[in-house]
Design a protein around this ligand. Structure first.
Ligand SMILES: [Zn+2]
Length: 424
């Protein structure tokens, strides 16, 4: 890996995936970490940039945004130090994920405290101006380091994906739909004091997202209170009926977490959360498109029913992502990983070992178009987190967050705020 640093960089001869179409042999000018021009064809592109890169054969997608990730490369967000989180961020960056939401499972108060404080630090480290941040890394590691292999864990020579805030998966969820979560830490909602006891990430830009089950005691009041506090709410780990879900939607919860997983399945006489989610167009959802959590045929069904406009791709990855098959200790129990499938001792699937890049490959293989996939992997998550004014598409004025995929869908180059990392 090496870095190209310049105030302005012109990318030429790339295919560029926009929300509605893909440009062929196009150009993109990056100035001061942002996209300042997108050229329909490279011949129109001005050549005044400090540096130029020829991307013939590569397709530029907006940087992927993962709103649901528990860890990777041996790091678990529940036990991570700020440096651990940066290692995850560096791993993600090499796979085209340019921003992510560390996701916490239900736990004791002191564990939540420790986890959010690490997230707060990691967010500071990864959110300063990207170019500045990476030059800082180079200064720290010294010029001689550029000769060394860049693969050792914790290497400071990789630009990390941005940590955007925190995603609380629970603790206000249904003990009848645990999935891999531990129900002993599940809670009912009695009033605002219950929220005050959940630590927040103290950074004005931090995004707070919570997955909750509206049917728990106080569930609708919880959605209203979270909405009032500026949190984003998502329905999951739930057995709510459509009437309750309508109430949840009116209270502000219009997104669904790992749609179809950890919720009552569709029955022709009991539509439940799945039937409700499929037919309500104001409802968006995210999916784990690994072919394990959802059969490929079901992925196609969801794509047809919800359309790419209403789907986000998440990984829901655990610490074992990016490592080999084997047995791992995660969330206080043994989780085995074999052929891309995780399983805990209770027999439940316990999260995935993919990244959003794998989900992107899956959806392209199933026939989704490139613009559809770009929406699902970038724009929709950015909209959900209300940061789409700043990122999520390759459009003028937005952060220069993108990934260049080759024809075999390998991530060859990633840019985070204009800082370009070559992955091969
Ligand atoms: Zn999860």
């Amino acid at each position: 890996m090496n870095h190209a640093v310049a105030n302005s960089t012109l990318l030429r001869n790339a295919r560029i995936v926009l929300p509605e179409r893909t440009l062929e042999a196009a150009g993109l000018l990056i100035e001061n970490g942002r996209i300042s021009r997108v050229f329909d064809s490279s011949t129109d592109a001005s050549s005044t940039a400090d540096s130029q890169l020829d991307l013939t054969g590569l397709t530029l997608f907006p940087g992927f945004i993962d709103v649901h990730l528990h860890g990777a490369v041996g790091v678990d967000t529940m036990a991570a130090s700020p440096d651990d989180l940066r290692r995850v961020s560096e791993f993600l960056a090499r796979r085209g994920v340019t921003a992510w939401m560390p996701t916490l499972v239900p736990a004791a108060a002191e564990q939540y405290e420790r986890a959010t404080s690490a997230i707060e630090d990691a967010m500071k480290q990864t959110s300063i101006g990207a170019a500045e941040q990476c030059s800082e890394y180079r200064l720290q590691s010294g010029p001689a380091d550029s000769e060394k292999p860049q693969t050792e864990p914790g290497s400071l020579n990789t630009c990390p994906a941005r940590v955007l805030g925190v995603h609380y998966e629970g603790p206000f969820v249904s003990s009848q739909q645990c999935g891999a979560l531990h129900s002993k830490h599940f809670r009912a909602y009695h009033g605002p004091a219950d929220l005050d006891s959940l630590p927040t990430v103290k950074d004005e830009k931090a995004v707070h997202l919570m997955t909750l089950a509206p049917e728990i005691d106080g569930g609708i009041a919880l959605i209203k209170e979270l909405t009032k506090r500026g949190w984003i709410t998502s329905i999951g780990h739930t057995r709510a009926n459509p009437g309750m879900l309508d109430e949840a939607s009116r209270a502000g919860a219009r997104h669904m977490t790992h749609f179809m997983n950890a919720m009552t399945p569709l029955h022709h006489r009991a539509p439940g959360p799945v039937g409700w989610g499929l037919i309500n167009d104001e409802v968006t959802c995210d999916i784990i498109a690994d072919g394990v959590h959802l059969d490929p045929a079901v992925l196609i069904l969801i794509l047809r029913a919800k359309k790419a406009e209403r789907i986000s791709l998440i990984s829901d990855a655990i610490a074992a992502a990016g490592l080999d098959d084997g047995e791992y200790q995660v969330w206080g129990e043994k989780i085995s990983v074999k052929d891309g499938r995780t399983q805990n001792l209770r027999g439940s699937i316990a999260g995935s070992v993919i990244t959003v890049l794998d989900a992107v490959r899956m959806m392209l293989t199933l026939g989704a178009s490139e613009p559809e996939v770009a929406r699902m992997a970038s724009l929709n998550p950015a909209r959900l987190l209300r940061i789409d004014h700043d990122c999520g598409t390759l459009e003028e004025g937005k952060r220069a967050d993108f990934v260049a995929l080759d024809k075999a869908l390998n991530a060859r180059l990633t840019s985070i705020g204009g800082e370009i990392i070559r992955n091969s």
